[in-house]
Design a protein around this ligand. Structure first.
Ligand SMILES: [Fe+2]
Length: 186
């Protein structure tokens, strides 16, 4: 979802949005089917956020921030860990024996990633770029995220590629990533 503002404001708003989804899933009792729907929501949101960061944020960090290469490498490793967990989670119903454990692991990995980005990476980028550059990166991040819808369930259009993404379950992470990166499009 586009929030407006420079790259740091935009990405922090994404972080708060995902944290709200985590609060919602934690507020529901174990086995509640709505926990699966919220897991689909945060899966798509996390992939959108990761792809947008990989396309625009980390290249800027590598180019502009002292020590930026190592910072970007670490964040990309974090994303890969989260995506591995999301792939284990996709297609598992809320009453699956591993569902709650996987959700808890996603939440703790994402919390660590968010804390690290906000404490180290964003301040370093803000110090290395002009306000205009940060605004321009914000616009690029918003346009990258706009290639995939936020919510998988309501009012899903019937036409490809939307219907392929919006079908929940196995393959959701790859479908979201393909749609956002244009991978697999001929
Ligand atoms: Fe992030």
């Amino acid at each position: 979802m586009g929030h407006g503002g420079n790259v740091i404001e935009e990405l922090k708003a994404d972080h708060r949005e995902v944290e709200d989804m985590f609060d919602k899933i934690n507020a529901l009792p174990p086995g509640d089917a709505r926990r699966r729907e919220i897991a689909d929501d945060f899966t798509i949101e996390l992939v959108r956020h990761s792809v947008a960061e990989e396309m625009y944020l980390y290249p800027a960090v590598r180019a502009r921030v002292a020590g930026g290469e190592a910072m970007a490498d670490k964040e990309i490793t974090d994303h890969a860990t989260v995506e591995r967990l999301l792939k284990e989670l996709e297609g598992r119903d809320a009453d699956h024996s591993q569902f709650d454990t996987l959700v808890a692991r996603v939440i703790s990995e994402v919390a660590a990633h968010v804390a690290d980005e906000e404490a180290r990476l964003f301040p370093a980028l803000a110090a290395a770029c002009t306000p205009a550059e940060l605004d321009e990166l914000g616009d690029k991040i918003r346009s990258a995220k706009a290639k995939a819808p936020t919510r998988p369930h309501p009012a899903a259009p019937d036409t490809p590629p939307m219907n392929k993404l919006l079908a929940p379950g196995a393959g959701l992470v790859d479908r979201a990533r393909d749609l956002l990166t244009g991978r697999g499009r001929s």
